[in-house]
Design a protein around this ligand. Structure first.
Ligand code: SAH
Ligand code: TYD
Ligand code: ZN
Length: 408
């Protein structure tokens, strides 16, 4: 039996560079009944020595993560709602102006992006395996197919609806280990002059910001312009544009077209050069990242223990998937954090995966401000701090751990 898995994209050798140990499924918030059945896997990432794709060393079966109980909803952030309505409007003004255009979204979730398209009367289809959130999309008038997108799904969609002028995926492509089947499907489904646009956390930004909690079970891949350019080319597609996005701690929006169909933007070479400069694939950079992560863990645990020993009240803000990595890697449980507040109904009343901290509605945070709030949803810092000014006015302080541990 081989020790390490091979690269899921090219079959190359993977070099592991960080290991978070035994971790639960990041979005499986537990109840007293499901607690004894909690499952764990080894969370570690490696880089392909051939194509530079960064990926997990161990894969969690997709049905265990994405099913009718999947709790994450896109609409939980105002900034994200605005972000998605902006890209939808841009598609309506650019790619979707022809005769009876058609857009397909992979990982359409609660329909936050496609809602704007549906309201404009343009044909749309969301594809998402998580039926609870897919139903929320349908309730808003968005066509939604409950399925894992892969080659066979593309064939079905093509037969039923024809080619797509736009295929869009936000924070979804990085969730899909079986990209071979997905890219074959995209190649089939995409109209001759169509675009496949996807946006995901940017690995260069993970290194730059030390945002190690972007690493969790659902995030199988960590893309760079270089690795995406190479991936696209394997399927007769071409990377034609890249755009930096401020959301979710720094992402890149990649635009792909059929090879030769569009002129690639000079931005691509510029971004690849920047990645080389940063050394995103170098052993030194990746080892230094792993060392910095250990420092954050030690600093955060020390701070939380000091606050507990001083009798301070500490709660956490945002029951993010990302925070499963932080809490379980650092060993942070209900002894250090009283509760985590979150607006998502499907998370409230449950316990955080692995670390078993109670999740409560945000109203409980407002009802009695703690001394400190650990900002698990650090990627929404601006939005949250702006609306929670009362907390600071009450003397409360935010604890951040990205890029390093600090009290603000
Ligand atoms: N696009 C939304 C949701 C991201 S969460 C946003 O950016 O806010 C990731 C979503 O991808 C989940 O809703 C999950 O059910 C879905 N997903 C996972 N695997 C998928 C696949 N193979 N095809 C389509 N959707 C998938
Ligand atoms: P997010 O960081 O978007 O993603 P992930 O789970 O993939 O790490 O999750 C944000 C969480 O924080 C989500 O559960 C909703 C919650 N939240 C609030 O409770 N209040 C807010 O104002 C915002 C923006 C998010
Ligand atoms: Zn590879």
């Amino acid at each position: 039996m081989s020790e390490n898995p091979l690269c899921r994209v090219c079959g190359g050798t993977l070099r592991e560079f960080i290991d978070f140990g035994r971790q639960p499924l990041s979005n499986r918030f537990v109840t007293p009944e499901t607690l004894p059945k909690e499952t764990f896997f080894r969370l570690a990432t490696g880089i392909c020595e051939s194509c530079t794709m960064v990926q997990l060393m161990e894969e969690v079966p997709r049905e265990e993560m994405f099913n009718e109980d999947y709790p994450y909803v896109s609409a939980g952030s105002k900034v994200m709602r605005e972000h998605f309505s902006a890209i939808a409007r841009r598609f309506l003004e650019t790619e979707l102006t022809g005769d009876d255009p058609f857009i397909v979204e992979l990982g359409s979730n609660d329909g936050t992006m496609l809602k704007t398209i549906a309201e404009a009367g343009v044909r749309q289809l969301g594809v998402d395996p998580s039926d609870g959130v897919a139903q929320m999309a349908r309730d808003q008038g968005v066509s939604s197919l409950t399925a894992f997108f892969e080659k066979s799904t593309a064939e079905e969609v093509l037969a039923a609806h024809g080619h797509a002028n736009v295929i869009f995926a936000a924070n979804t492509l990085c969730h899909i280990p079986y990209l071979d089947s997905v890219f074959q499907g995209i190649k089939l489904l995409l109209a001759d002059d169509g675009v496949f646009v996807f946006e995901d956390p940017y690995f260069a930004e993970v290194l730059r910001r030390n945002s190690f909690d972007q690493i969790y079970d659902e995030h199988y891949y960590y893309f760079t312009a270089r690795s995406v350019r190479e991936l696209a080319a394997r399927y007769g597609l071409e990377l034609v544009d890249v755009e930096r996005l401020p959301v979710h701690g720094g992402e890149v929006r990649y635009t792909l077209a059929h090879a030769g169909a569009r002129t690639p933007s000079p931005e691509i070479d510029r971004l690849v050069a920047e990645e080389d400069e940063l050394g995103v694939a170098s052993r030194e950079t990746l080892d230094a990242f792993a060392t910095r992560v250990m420092t954050v863990r030690d600093d955060l645990v020390r701070l939380l223990r000091e606050l507990r020993d001083e009798g301070r009240r500490v709660v956490a803000y945002g029951a993010t998937a990302k925070s499963a990595t932080v809490a379980n890697y650092c060993g942070i449980g209900p002894d250090l954090i009283e509760f985590v507040c979150d607006t998502t109904p499907a998370k409230q009343g449950r316990l955080t995966p692995g670390s078993h901290i109670p999740v409560r509605p945000v109203e409980e945070f407002h009802a009695s401000y703690p001394d400190y709030a650990l900002l698990f949803a650090w990627n929404h810092a601006e939005e949250i701090m702006a609306k929670e000014q009362g907390f600071r006015e009450s003397g409360g302080k935010w604890i951040l751990y990205i890029p390093d541990v600090g009290v603000h």
